[in-house]
Design a protein around this ligand. Sequence first.
Ligand code: TNX
Length: 540
Amino acid sequence: LVVRPGVPQNRRMTLPVIPSPATATALDGTFTLTSASGVVHSAELAGPVARFVEDVRLDSGLTLTGDSGITVELRPVADVPPAGGLRADGSEVDERHGLEVSPTGVRVWGATPEAVHRGLTSLRQLVSAHLQDGAAVLPAARIVDGPRFAWRGLSLDVVRTFHTPDEVRRVIDMLALYKLNVLHLHLTDDQGWRVEVPSRPALTDVAAKGALGDRPGGYYSRDELAELVAYAAERYVTVVPEIDIPGHTSAVFTAYPELAPAELRTIELGNGTSIPLSALEPGRPETWTFVDDVLDAVIPQFPQSAYVHIGGDETWGMSDEDHVTFVEKAAGLVRDRGKKVVGWQEIARATLGSEDVVQFWLDLDIDKMGENPDAPTPPEELLPVLADALRKAKYDAPKALEQGAKLIVSPVTWLYFDRPHADTSTDAEQEQARVRLGLEFYGAASIEHGVSWDPVDSLPGIESADQIAGVEAAIWCETITGPEDLELLLLPRLPGAAEKAWSHQTDTHWPEYASRLAQQSPTWRNRTWTWLHSAEVPWT
Ligand code: TNX
């Protein structure tokens, strides 16, 4: 599907914008933005405009000090299809927008402040790409654009490695630049716990001290989380919390051993790496007092999110029956609190409602392993456990869809950023980091690979875009020791995920995409973001 309504063939153009707009029409002439330029706007648009001015300064050094040149306004856009899928904030906000550069000035419009913000985000990218001697010489053009999917996100593991609030803000900045609108925070896991629950102080006094190996632990205080959530909201990013239960709960058991199954009461923090055998037991009343306490404390800390992610993944130490019982009860507790449920694909084995969202990740076919060169290759000794898990996983997406639930598309093959980079870096120091980053197990993936698929066509069980809530990349931090490692795996992959989540143009052509990607580097340099200097991309 290629949506370029109404653009005559000879007027279609490629602009250095990621994700690629639904339509871009070339007009005649240029318009130059200088430090004497500024934005004409009404009071309702003050927020997005202030954000834009500040972002342009940080991206490119251009400080817009004047009051004309760019005009923004609230005006609906209908000539691209509305977004499919679901929004994490539970609203129906329309993000479609227009942007026109003409020889007399720049106009940006959309039905909502968020739509205008998205249009201004394209303008930010155009400014960075067309900077000459401190001014932006913009080619005249008209963009009409809107997202293909409403939920476009990144799942960030803050447990295996604790990322400071400052680092998380840098990640939010990256999401916003590429029109991604969800930060899914994976706040709990075997190695640690990262959120305050006042009625359960040992979660922060004990469990939060852990991380993978001897990495420093930590947690986000209520104030720090409030700041992060507000920082994201200013950039139209919704933070969705994940409390991963009933598996991946070793850290909980170090804090509250009485919640652990008998054989796990002496579990140690921080050592767990890959196979989680710990799980909360659904048959014990104290399990549910704990879950109640956690939900009561966590939900109010994420006011923008209409969803709570309950994990539900990899409960390999528990019976299938207990898993289902657990998921159904936990989902009910989330719904009782007025929130909607999202969980990893394994929750589809339980009875779900049509408002629930299932995050599909296991796209590996055990019977075809070894045949697909793009598919990860697991180590021999893990094969029996994985074989069992994957055999069951095959039915998850169909089961979710039969129950009327929608899927978030996060397949390991295409969207796990903790796959090693196959592209080499032109920077010798980066090469040393590159070869130790990512789970070897998954096999390396190139930047080109990251845009060589389609969320509807590439997934078993998905027949139409209506079945998809959205697209979410995931970064797990087993191999990531700090901010530089994190950024080196996020960039330059993240814009590719955004391209798949936002763009209606599904047939990504690598050389064309690579040239747009290359033009992002001046912004990244100004932002001091680390990115893989892939030899395959003609960086500017
Ligand atoms: C699977 S994806 C996990 C995580 C690991 C990740 C490594 C998922 C729901 N669970 O616990 O960190 O693989 O890629």
